[in-house]
Design a protein around this ligand. Structure first.
Ligand code: ADP
Ligand code: MG
Length: 238
């Protein structure tokens, strides 16, 4: 569970072709980082996978099933945004349970899943607080908790750490990597930060102007960048 395939995925906004035609294979359980300069189409590609944008043409397959026309909830993916989008008037517990409540899940099952996610994220002692009483890192964890309780086949992160200060960002990188090890679920992580890409990824997808320039492990990209753009971006000496 959690493999994602893109076949010639193209996206045009008005007159502008933002993604000319992306082919990509993401394996179950992989930690994949989309990296590239601002405006290169990282968020758009993620939103196309999530179903938050319609593809202009091409196909999105999840676990081998064509989900190109499927509504976001049917795709069983969970997106974590940089703006945490927490409800300030609700407790941490209610924030985490929110998608389950919306789905009409039984209260005891909601409670079981919230307790499980809080345990994984070290939020057990904070469940009755409001988001305003939490640190930035804790708020980010609540947003991740809200994704975990949905038990998605894959997590999609769009620059989740860009609002945090440098020290906290380093901590959260480690926490997200550890979360990936614990859950062993596919994660796609979008960033414009080369260091994040190189330290977190099993597989890096380098994007430039909506095109996939290269796909490979951090070591492969470092040792054998496909072109000068990748070399420059990754900081390889080649
Ligand atoms: P990134 O996340 O890599 O910074 P985006 O995917 O947000 O890049 O944007 C890629 C390009 O698509 C940019 O030129 C942006 O202006 C354009 N774009 C993104 N969303 C829309 C939209 N809803 N309408 C028109 N243009 C858009
Ligand atoms: Mg973006």
């Amino acid at each position: 569970m959690g493999s994602i395939t893109l076949k010639q995925v193209r996206k045009v906004f008005g007159e502008v072709e933002v993604i000319p035609g992306a082919d990509l294979e993401i394996n179950d359980g992989e930690f994949v980082v989309f990296v590239g300069p601002s405006g290169c189409g990282k968020s758009t590609l993620l939103r196309l996978i999530a179903g938050l944008e319609d593809v202009t043409s091409g196909q999105v397959l999840i676990d081998g099933q064509d989900m190109t026309q499927a509504a976001p909830v049917r795709r069983k993916l969970a997106m974590v945004f940089q703006s945490y989008a927490l409800y300030p008037h609700m407790s941490v517990r209610k924030n985490i349970a929110f998608p389950l409540k919306m789905a009409g899940m039984a209260a005891d099952e909601q409670a079981r899943r919230v307790a499980h996610a809080a345990g994984i994220l070290n939020l057990t002692d904070y469940l009755d607080r409001k988001p305003g009483q939490l640190s930035g890192g804790q708020r980010q964890r609540v947003a991740i908790g809200r994704a975990i309780v949905r038990e998605p086949v894959a997590f999609l992160f769009d620059e989740p750490l860009s609002n945090l200060d440098a020290a906290l960002r380093v901590n959260m990188r480690v926490e997200i990597s550890e979360l990936h090890k614990k859950l062993a679920t596919t994660m796609i992580y979008v960033t414009h930060d080369q260091v994040e890409a190189m330290t977190m990824a099993d597989k890096i997808v380098v994007l430039r102007a909506g095109r996939v320039e290269q796909v490979g492990s951090p070591l492969e990209l470092y040792r054998s960048p496909a072109n000068r753009f990748v070399a420059g971006f990754i900081g390889s000496p080649n």
